[in-house]
Write a protein that binds this ligand. Structure first.
Ligand code: GLN
Length: 285
């Protein structure tokens, strides 16, 4: 199907007919709102008052491509190259996980529980979303953020630059690199890969086909491998009473808490805004 004309109402009609198999009407409306804002600079009111307006051929082409991409389940954040997190607009691409609204809860836990930390370490930083949000919450803290992926670190670095915060970025594989050189931290945070291969079946194509599997998946037979290593690092590099705050697989809350307890952490589990067990906090004794 093609767009009938350059008129907004025809573009809308086209979008609804192309996308109805993939998205609900509410989702399509929200996607159109984002598209009109991105390509035409229009807010919702301007859009609603402009149904009979026509747009130029170049904008029409961009919008047409965006709709075709959405039909192929490409995330809107990849199409426009950005995502919102904790009030910031961050650059994202296929090398980083798109920041999830749930993850804002991790930042909230750090804000509530860490009394003015001087040094913070973020492991598996990806887009840098957690490290950057913490840099805003704790402007006097020195923040170090680590990732295995050079390409992810490039995105994170650009985000830090855009947000005007200073972060020490380090490229390392936390599973195999010796991190003995790291200093001591008051808080360590992480949202590591935690989705079991067996859980792939429940995931949507927008995630499976477009987001980095490196940032998502862990083997079925060892789903907590990152947490084991993170707990080890935290055991060595957290000050007494320092906090470890991690995002976790909602189906593995007790197992993750047990692992932290076995490492000597006083541990609690916390829900995300959807009521799912999503975070573990460990205090180093
Ligand atoms: N919560 C993310 C998802 O469901 C996964 C994040 C992660 O593996 N750290 O896609």
């Amino acid at each position: 199907m093609r767009i009938a004309s350059n008129r907004i109402c025809d573009i809308e009609r086209f979008a609804y007919s192309e996308l109805q198999e993939v998205y609900s009407a509410d989702e399509i409306r929200n996607l159109l709102k984002i598209i009109f804002e991105e390509y035409l600079g229009w807010d919702l009111t301007t859009w609603l008052l402009s149904k009979q307006k026509t747009i130029n051929q170049s904008d029409l082409l961009k919008i047409n491509f965006a709709i075709k991409d959405l039909k192929r389940h490409r995330p809107i954040q990849h199409i426009i190259g950005k995502a919102d997190f904790c009030g910031m607009t961050l650059r994202v691409d296929e090398n980083v996980l798109i920041p999830r609204p749930e993850t804002e809860g991790l930042v909230g836990l750090a804000k509530d529980r860490c009394p003015s930390p001087k040094r913070i370490l973020d492991l598996c930083t990806g887009s840098g979303c957690i490290a950057l949000a913490l840099a805003k919450v704790f402007p006097n803290a020195e923040i170090t953020a680590m990732d295995i992926s050079e390409k992810a670190l490039e995105v994170a670095q650009q985000n830090a630059w855009n947000q005007k915060v200073t972060i020490n970025f380090l490229q390392a594989d936390i599973l195999s690199d010796d991190l003995a050189e790291l200093p001591m931290f008051d808080a360590i945070v992480s949202n590591p890969p935690y989705v079991r291969e067996q859980e792939k079946a429940e995931m949507q194509p927008n995630v499976l086909d477009y987001e980095p599997h490196l940032a998502l998946f862990v083997p079925n037979d060892d789903p907590l491998l990152f947490y084991r290593r993170i707990a080890e690092i935290a055991h060595k590099h957290l000050v007494t009473n320092g906090l470890l705050i991690v995002e976790i697989n909602e189906n593995l809350g007790e197992e993750t808490a047990g692992l932290l307890r076995a490492k000597g952490f006083e541990t609690s589990l916390h829900n995300d805004f959807k009521g799912r067990t999503r975070f573990a906090v460990g205090r180093r004794g």
